[in-house]
Unconditional design. Structure first.
Length: 306
């Protein structure tokens, strides 16, 4: 069960690696383009902005926006995303700072021998060796293993929905603003203490071994792809329920801490740009403390379009 949450962490934060951008013919809605994710209309003082739920991996190339979302983006002055995923250098610097041990140190010095014994065959199944990842912290190894399996199934970071949004913004000559930085995002995982990081890795290894990790992650991806509201809400409940390190971290930090900060930043940007199209990870839009509800509490009128 917990490893499915680690998949969700990767999908929420986009921690599956910063690959090169694929070519997108984005910015124009195709007639048959389906609705994906969720779309909210946010209004205050006669000005309208939009919240759009994204997912940080993709498959089979292009994700053209449906007509409603494309029109919303066209009318916005700025595209707002969690992180400008084209900035690979900043991501790699943050990865070195928060995801790696200092030179001469290694993960074997920070986890029990029994954990290493479980890790080695999992790495082998992913085509990796212990030596190749031994400078990585446990949380990063866990996400790497999940990312490798998703990649093997055709889900690529370089085909994420954000790339389609960025291509559209470039085509329409829009400003692009980010809510967070790579250093901030990866630093969240570095707040886990050594014991928590080891448990986080063990939870991941167990679910990878029993095969439920991909089943659960694919359920979230499919719910996003079909704009399936009950399916999206089920994924959110699964991610935030239970007493595992993974569930507690998701609830307290990755959503609970970030959502209020995002809401404040979104409000600031909307006041600055007046009309914005905000694309953030899908699970940030769900629940009583999701962004739509938080913006309502700040006095905005928020309407779910799909």
């Amino acid at each position: 069960m917990p490893a499915r949450m680690i998949v969700l962490f990767a999908l929420v934060l986009g921690l599956l690696g910063q690959a090169g951008q694929v070519a997108y013919a984005a910015g124009v809605a195709e007639a048959a383009a389906p609705r994906r994710g969720q779309l909210y209309k946010v209004t205050l003082d006669g000005k309208t902005s939009y919240l759009y739920g994204t997912i940080h991996v993709g498959k089979d190339g292009v994700y053209p926006l449906d007509a409603q979302a494309a029109q919303a983006l066209l009318g916005a002055r700025a595209l707002v995303i969690e992180l400008d995923i084209r900035e690979n250098a900043a991501f790699q610097q943050a990865m070195t700072r928060h995801g790696r041990y200092a030179a001469g140190d290694q993960v074997q010095n920070h986890v029990q021998p029994a954990t290493v014994q479980k890790l080695v065959p999992a790495l082998a199944r992913a085509g990796l060796s212990l030596q190749s990842v031994q400078q990585f912290k446990p949380w990063l190894i866990a996400n790497l293993l999940i990312g490798t399996e998703l990649d093997a199934r055709g889900f690529k970071r370089a085909q994420a929905a954000e790339y389609a949004l960025l291509a559209a913004a470039q085509q329409q000559d829009k400003a692009v603003r980010q809510l967070e930085s790579a250093d901030y995002q990866l630093g969240l995982f570095d707040t886990l203490d050594p014991r928590q990081q080891e448990q986080y890795l063990l939870e991941s290894l167990a679910d990878l071994d029993n095969g439920t990790a991909m089943k659960k992650s694919l359920a979230l991806i499919e719910a996003w792809n079909a704009a399936d509201i009950p399916g999206i809400e089920a994924a959110w409940r699964n991610a935030t329920s239970g007493n595992s390190i993974a569930a507690e971290f998701m609830q307290r930090v990755l959503l609970g801490k970030r959502n209020p900060e995002m809401a404040a930043n979104i409000e600031r940007i909307m006041q600055q740009d007046r009309v914005a199209f905000v694309g953030v990870g899908l699970l940030h839009l769900v629940g009583d403390d999701g962004l739509p509800q938080l913006l309502k509490r700040r006095g905005y009128r928020v309407e779910q379009l799909y």
